[in-house]
Design a protein around this ligand. Structure first.
Ligand SMILES: NC(=O)c1ccc[n+]([C@@H]2O[C@H](COP(=O)([O-])OP(=O)(O)OC[C@H]3O[C@@H](n4cnc5c(N)ncnc54)[C@H](OP(=O)(O)O)[C@@H]3O)[C@@H](O)[C@H]2O)c1
Length: 237
């Protein structure tokens, strides 16, 4: 095992030495210059003569998407495009834990979140498996590919699924964005982070994540795990 940090370009060149392919996991530190750190990593992979650089981007990482991290992914994909090395951007669907996404609905019976839009919520392990398949396989993907679950859902859909799974009434309540940020801050989330997260709801509402893509299922050779499966597992059904 070799250690490396995006903050130490010289050491990274040693980390990457001899690699045919380099998979860069994007960072998400809101206080860091993430584009600069990603540039360090790309330049180190180029200097180490990697044949291909893969990068964990995000679904809908295109200009105009209001979700703040999109800008980092767009800039990093541009750096990859200028690198002169073959590259693949894995534009992964949202794969965060559902309890973070939906809040304490199991206790309250209410999914109280800002107005949203359809998103193909994707299983983290499915993304990891597909990434390994791409890395180890013969098929090359040039530029961006989108990896998502096959069906886009809204919080309304989650409320219905939760009702069906539990037999309880689970209500969807739309919370005003300003109020939601205040609630998050009261719960201990730094205001900057809460505002940042709210841009995700805004992007979902505007349809930036609405399109599901069949490639994940194709790569896995099976149906990806659904949001229903994941919610059932989280409630222990
Ligand atoms: N969560 C989502 O729904 C989602 C969806 C699409 C895209 N993404 C993107 O995918 C990225 C990874 O997400 P994740 O949930 O897997 O994050 P994560 O669990 O926090 O993993 C981040 C990894 O980066 C490493 N790291 C942190 N700072 C580093 C540095 N300066 N140099 C080298 N490595 C460093 C961390 O190492 P240590 O463990 O040693 O700290 C960790 O292994 C996110 O940053 C985001 O850009 C996420």
């Amino acid at each position: 095992m070799r250690q490396g940090s995006y903050e130490d370009p010289a050491a990274l060149r040693d980390s990457f030495a001899g690699a045919e392919q380099v998979l860069l996991i994007s960072g998400n530190d809101p206080a860091a210059d993430m584009v600069g750190l990603h540039r360090n990593a790309v330049e180190a992979a180029v200097a180490a003569s990697a044949g291909r650089i893969l990068y964990t981007s995000q679904q809908g990482a295109v200009p105009g998407n209001p979700y703040r991290p999109s800008d980092i992914h767009i800039a990093t994909e541009a750096i990859l495009g200028d690198s002169g090395v073959a590259w693949t951007a894995l534009r992964n669907g949202a794969y965060g834990p559902l309890d973070h996404l939906l809040g304490p609905w199991q206790r309250t019976g209410v999914i109280a979140q800002p107005e949203d839009g359809p998103v193909p919520y994707t299983d983290r392990d499915d993304i990891a498996e597909a990434t390994a398949i791409i890395l180890a396989g013969d098929r090359s993907f040039d530029g961006p590919v989108t990896l998502t679950a096959p069906t886009a859902l809204t919080f309304d859909d989650f409320a219905k699924i939760a009702c069906d799974l539990t037999g309880r009434t689970v209500e969807r309540v739309v919370v005003n964005g300003k109020r939601w940020v205040a609630d998050q801050v009261a719960a201990g989330v730094p205001e900057q982070v809460a505002r940042h997260l709210l841009t995700w709801h805004q992007a979902a509402r505007a349809g930036w994540f609405a399109e599901a893509d069949p490639l994940l299922a194709e790569l896995l050779g099976r149906a990806p795990r659904t949001a229903e499966d994941r919610l059932a597992a989280e409630i222990g059904i």
